[in-house]
Design a protein around this ligand. Structure first.
Ligand SMILES: C[S@@+](CC[C@H](N)C(=O)[O-])C[C@H]1O[C@@H](n2cnc3c(N)ncnc32)[C@H](O)[C@@H]1O
Length: 253
């Protein structure tokens, strides 16, 4: 899994395609100066950096050390304090009740065992601490993209719920159970800008997106045209609008 996200150029992917999502999440989470914030699946710091810019005490965690190194480099370049910690979202290396806010911007959704992720996110929050997630939904272009990938994915991936299930309210309520209260769901739409057509968008994905590059390697050249066709069909025509869900909740006292 670590290798998958280090393949290609994830920072370039995030900068061009989803650079604004981190700020949307931080704003929605209402992060304030001095709060202890954990970012799970932080990547190159898309949400960690705007949280640190608000004066929060931020720990960027991710399973991919190469991306954390880039987050640290970006923080230093911007004159921001940022702690980085290699961590699997399914078994976080932090004590119970260590953070005021646990957040994840399309990050923790990619860990396969979703029940473990939900349990860990709640565990590291102090009583009264806040969860904030921005998750892709099963609808919209990203949802269609995820669905198109599934017939080509190995059984250990298709045996788990898809990442986009984190954008479904009933599913997320089921994952957290009574570990969180006041769960709130706010849908939004994010547009992939600057691509003339689906071919351009697919070429960009194939050039920089590690999980997709790895999948094409796995299926081999013979099946590549079939996957191309499925993804072009999923992307459709511009505008490329992707549905997301902001999830907020509070750890009970
Ligand atoms: C789509 S990227 C999002 C990164 C960042 N939050 C952003 O908004 O750009 C998904 C991230 O989740 C990380 N990831 C995947 N599986 C993980 C796991 N089991 N535990 C922690 N991080 C994981 C990847 O390394 C990658 O950085």
């Amino acid at each position: 899994m670590t290798r998958v996200w280090a393949t290609g150029d994830y920072p370039a992917f995030a900068d061009r395609l989803i650079g604004g999502l981190g700020e949307i999440l931080v704003e929605h989470a209402g992060i304030r100066a001095g709060e202890r914030v954990l970012d799970v699946g932080a990547g190159a710091g898309n949400a960690s950096l705007p949280a640190a810019a608000r004066g929060a005490d931020v720990t960027a965690s991710d399973i991919t050390p190469e991306l954390l190194a880039e987050a640290a480099r970006r923080a230093a370049a911007a004159g921001l304090e940022l702690r980085v910690q290699e961590a699997d979202a399914q078994a976080l290396p932090f004590g119970d009740a260590s953070f005021d806010v646990a957040m994840s911007c399309v990050g923790a959704i990619f860990a396969p065992t979703q029940a473990d992720v939900a349990s860990e996110l709640a565990r590291v929050l102090r009583p009264g601490g806040r969860l904030a997630m921005l998750n892709w939904r099963p609808t919209g272009r990203w949802g269609r993209f995820g669905e198109a990938l599934r017939p080509f994915q190995p059984p250990h991936v298709t045996g788990s719920d898809p990442p986009e299930a984190w954008g479904d309210e009933a599913h997320v309520r089921g994952l957290f159970g009574d570990r969180l209260r006041d769960l709130r769901f706010t849908p939004g739409v994010w547009r992939f800008e600057g691509f003339a057509d689906a071919h351009e968008l697919l070429a960009f994905f194939r050039a920089v997106n590690g999980p997709l590059i790895t999948l094409y390697e796995r299926i081999g050249e013979d099946r590549a045209p079939e996957l191309d066709a499925a993804l072009l069909n999923a992307f459709g025509d511009p505008p490329f609008d992707s549905d997301y869900m902001l999830v907020a909740g509070v750890r009970p006292p």
